[in-house]
Design a protein around this ligand. Structure first.
Ligand code: MG
Length: 156
């Protein structure tokens, strides 16, 4: 078994739509980034690559590459899952904590879990997405963006 940890953060960009875990969250400010800035997927991709010691999202999908401008981050997740499978692993489970003062994420959590489970190739019971605020502390607490921490277990 292998465990991987992922972290990512992006600042809000009011002019973009918010993609979180492959789900469009209506009525919420989006995030600044080269791709669609799906901060949750980016953290999961880093956890997958980390678990298999295959580098990180930046080494696979550099933000200087015009191919990834406004890219759907789901393609990064599909590629990372394929690479860890090629390395001989399958996903056991994933657990993520999404930290932001806004928007309220709880109403969207089950849709996000279902979408992620499909791409990770696991039952939805193996996919956890938890939402919390930073209690007003630091930049995330001041509502400047969203941060995600995530762990993934890979099975042989
Ligand atoms: Mg990112």
């Amino acid at each position: 078994m292998r465990v991987g940890f992922g972290y990512d953060s992006h600042v809000f960009d009011e002019g973009r739509p918010l993609h979180l875990g492959g789900v469009l969250i209506p009525g919420a400010p989006g995030l600044r980034g080269h791709s669609d800035a799906d901060v949750l997927i980016h953290a999961i991709v880093d956890a997958l690559y980390g678990a298999a010691a295959l580098g990180d999202i930046g080494s696979h999908f550099p933000d200087t590459d015009p191919r990834w401008a406004n890219a759907d981050s789901m393609q990064f997740l599909r590629a990372a899952v394929a690479e860890v499978r090629a390395a001989g692993y399958s996903v056991g489970n994933m657990d993520a904590t999404v930290i932001c003062e806004r928007p309220k994420l709880r109403p969207h959590v089950d849709a996000i879990r279902a979408r992620l489970a499909e791409v990770l190739g696991v039952d939805v019971s193996a996919v956890s997405v938890k939402a919390k605020t930073n209690e007003g502390m630091d930049a995330v607490g001041e509502g400047k963006g969203i941060a995600v921490h995530c762990v993934v277990l890979l099975l042989p």
